[in-house]
Design a protein. Sequence first.
Length: 259
Amino acid sequence: MAFDVAAESYTRFMGRYSEPLADKLVGLVDPRHGQRALDVGCGPGAVTERLVVRLGPEGVAAVDPSVPFVEAARRRCPGVDVRQGVAEALPFDDGVVDLTLAQLVVPFMSDPVAGLREMARVTRPGGSVSASVWDFGRERAPLSTFWRAARDVDPGAFDEAGAVGARTGQLADLFRAAGLHDVRSHELTVSSAYAGFAEWWEPYTLGVGLAGDYVAGLDADARGAVEARCRELLPAGPFEVSATAWTVVATTRPSQSAP
């Protein structure tokens, strides 16, 4: 999947949604001064930066498999311990943070339950583990209009409606399967304004994510057909797109020595 791309491309593709979502996710988790947090699948550093505001760079660590994203997060958040690695094998010791967060990452884990277990492993007993996933199941994701158009043109198109955790209750079920406790589900909604169709369409041509891979693989006629169908589904003038993310916050198993 095309996430080994320039951070600027990802920001143009998803940043107008992931940045405000980061505000809401960090606000929901509400990290407190003196705690230490880990941003799993940090990308260019949207959540990482918000954590630094709350905890200072010394209180934040981050990890991502993409070398360009790791480099971008390090530039954006000087002093933060940003490492290259995957969620299923986090390069951190047991219980070294008070909270872990994974924004828009779970569907891209090779084994989501293993990834969530790893997040729990590196979190202290009784600490917080959280994650968010776009609601593709109810077509409330930023990319839902694009994938609807792709299916209309190409009924065999593989879209993200079946993404892990993208349907009602699935993300919470994954947390429970990973052995997490006090699993609480939330919906976080953000929106982005566009001057017109061209501004909306251009990021899909940058080769980012499943949608970028799909567009890159189309011949000129098929690509033109998908673009035309997208144009039909969207307003002619300025418009706004809202997107909702399933979000779960849970806790790790308390210490056995706790009363």
